[in-house]
Ligand binder design. Structure first.
Ligand code: 4NP
Length: 154
């Protein structure tokens, strides 16, 4: 069974949404995987996702209201097979905690699954408006479809 971790800065906008979307995709195709999310910062530990993200997810029939933010820890490298980060800053922060090459190999910018080798970031919607949240949803929905299908094939 694959264990997948989604990572952003606060663990209240992008990564909990990615967690919820991938869980839904896995359910739809009967895929048994475990999915979690974490933030590189300690800003929002134990908080539920941002209400704007919760509302956006709800509009797409995904309930992420009960998730709680936590911070990425080095032992996540032991627990997870794949660690998807949202932007280049998350990438640098997570890689800085890697203990060896095996750890580093697990970390991937999530949009590289949609646009290979582009190193594009999922934009941080925190300081923006509603459209930013929908834009994040569309990007993550695409990426999670590809991730779910790639696991199914293995
Ligand atoms: P996230 O968004 O990394 O997608 O959860 C953010 C949430 C909070 C902050 C920044 C980004 N913040 O600076 O508090």
């Amino acid at each position: 069974m694959q264990n997948i971790l989604m990572v952003c800065l606060g663990n209240i906008c992008r990564s909990p949404l990615a967690e919820g979307i991938l869980r839904e995709k896995a359910k739809q195709i009967d895929l048994e995987i475990t999915i979690d999310s974490a933030g590189t910062s300690n800003y929002h530990i134990s908080q539920h996702p941002d209400s704007r993200t919760v509302e956006n997810a709800k509009r797409h029939n995904i309930d992420i209201s009960k998730l709680k933010a936590r911070q990425f820890v080095v032992s996540d490298y032991d627990k997870f097979d794949s660690i998807f980060v949202m932007d280049s800053s998350n990438y640098a922060d997570v890689i800085s905690l890697a203990r060896n090459e095996d750890d580093k190999q697990k970390v991937e910018l999530i949009l590289n699954r949609v646009y290979p080798n582009s190193n594009m970031s999922v934009p941080d919607p925190y300081y923006g408006g509603e459209q930013g949240f929908e834009n994040v949803f569309i990007l993550l929905d695409n990426a999670c479809s590809i991730i779910a299908n790639s696991i199914q094939k293995n």
